[in-house]
Design a protein around this ligand. Structure first.
Ligand SMILES: Cc1cc2nc3c(=O)[nH]c(=O)nc-3n(C[C@H](O)[C@H](O)[C@H](O)COP(=O)(O)OP(=O)(O)OC[C@H]3O[C@@H](n4cnc5c(N)ncnc54)[C@H](O)[C@@H]3O)c2cc1C
Length: 395
């Protein structure tokens, strides 16, 4: 079971400790550490069933506001991060099933019409419907504003054309929050967000992508996809701001998932090192091993401090903590990769064998340094804030 002593930190209150206890209880009753799915299709089935389980158990209720089936009146970033840390420790694919429900639905929770919220949020919280967040395109990844997808007003409806790629939950989602240019003259203020349903005419999943750690991922195609006016999320031209607001909440949570993966690798490596005998003692008895363990433990605590500082700040101030979110995401994912690499090293040859937990986590964690803002882009965000602060202070 994951060590949860950090929930005593001042970033948390009793409500968060109750979330941690609920997750511990859930994971005791449902050990999710099952065999890794062989491919994207098998992973899709796992995600479907784990999302349904999380819905039945009330765990998805942390991803929607109280008025529509949520646990708390407003989304609480600390609870979301705690859920991801616990679920990530147990099974990265379960964490993925969890977070996709939030990444996709938060634009609706925060900017959608009452009608849209009432239609989809209770179904997301129960796990009955799955959702995706479709921003990335072939020529618009980090530079998301370079998207080519276009939506035009046609009478009382919207006509959407374009493609998206690297979309998680492609093929299993019932809803796709999709971003498209509605006014090419207005740059980022000319991008709008739409709710597309999987059965909308003109929409299809055009490709399935296989990645190093199988999960449902694919490309989407929109060909004269006609959407009723009510499918616009927020205001026309607000789409880019909606996408960025989502990142402020979910970026630190990527760090929290990575932290859960790394804690698991560390625990497994400690067990191994304490039992592996060599040269008349255990691997853990060597000072070189202890130095490695100290580095791993310190990296985990530093990552946790940055993550929960960022989300505490966002929850308490009610404002975006963009710089802190970038620091947390960048540091936690980079350090998690190093901690897991250290675990592989401690396991020796076993560490690179399929079926070893460190080998699996080594693959699982890799994409987290890329999606929702690469490490490089987070460095740029942090540096820009530092330089802006300096300018503002007139230094
Ligand atoms: C497993 C997985 C799941 C994903 N799920 C989703 C999803 O659900 N929805 C969605 O919309 N997208 C999703 N993505 C896409 C993800 O957000 C993009 O991959 C990411 O934004 C990077 O874009 P790119 O892959 O096009 O790389 P590019 O933008 O082409 O970047 C290539 C490299 O250039 C670097 N780079 C970029 N800008 C600079 C700069 N200014 N200076 C220096 N270096 C720079 C990047 O850091 C990177 O190392 C997912 C990706 C993966 C791998």
């Amino acid at each position: 079971m994951m060590d949860s002593r950090h929930t005593a930190w001042p970033f948390f209150d009793d409500r968060h400790r109750a979330v941690a206890a609920r997750l511990q209880d859930f994971l005791t009753r449902h050990p999710l550490d099952e065999e890794e799915p062989a491919d994207a299709a098998a992973a899709a089935e796992t995600v479907r069933s784990h999302a349904a389980l999380l819905g039945r158990e009330g765990i998805l209720s942390y991803l929607v506001p109280g008025a529509h089936g949520g646990a708390f009146a407003e989304l609480d970033a600390r609870s979301i991060c705690l859920c991801r840390e616990f679920l990530g420790y147990a099974n990265p694919l379960t964490d993925f099933a969890f977070v996709m429900q939030g990444l996709g639905s938060a634009p609706v929770s925060r900017f959608g019409s009452d009608e849209m919220k009432a239609e989809i949020l209770p179904r997301i919280a129960s796990g009955e419907a799955l959702i995706a967040f479709a921003l990335t395109e072939e020529s618009a990844g980090t530079d998301a504003a370079a998207m080519q997808s276009r939506a035009y007003k046609d009478g009382g409806t919207w006509l959407l054309n374009g493609t998206k790629t690297f979309i998680s939950n492609a093929g299993i989602a019932d809803y796709y929050v999709t971003f498209a240019v509605t006014d090419a003259e207005r740059g980022t203020r000319g991008i709008s967000a739409f709710l597309v349903r999987a059965d909308d005419p003109g929409f299809r999943v055009s490709e399935t992508l296989d990645v190093i750690s199988p999960h449902p991922l694919g490309s989407l195609s929109f060909e004269d996809c006609r959407l009723p006016a009510g499918r616009l999320i927020g205001e026309e031209g607000q789409g880019f701001a909606i996408a960025m607001a989502n990142l402020d909440i979910f970026r630190p949570s990527v760090g929290a998932a990575a932290l859960g993966f790394a804690r698991r690798a560390m625990d497994a490596a400690l067990d191994f090192a304490a039992n592996r005998r060599m040269f008349g003692q255990t691997l853990a008895d060597f000072q070189l091993t202890q130095a490695r363990i100290a580095d791993m433990a310190t990296a985990l605590d530093a990552a946790a401090l940055l993550i929960y500082r960022a989300v505490w700040q966002a929850d308490v101030s009610g404002r975006a903590a963009t710089r802190e979110a970038s620091m947390a995401k960048m540091f936690a994912t980079e350090e998690a990769q190093k901690v897991i690499d250290s675990a592989v090293q401690l396991f020796g040859g076993r560490g690179v064998c399929r079926g070893n937990i460190a080998e699996k986590l080594y693959r699982d964690v890799r994409a987290l340094r890329i999606y929702e803002g690469t490490t490089e882009i987070n460095k740029l965000v942090i540096a820009r804030h530092c330089l802006k602060d300096r300018q503002r202070e007139g230094r």
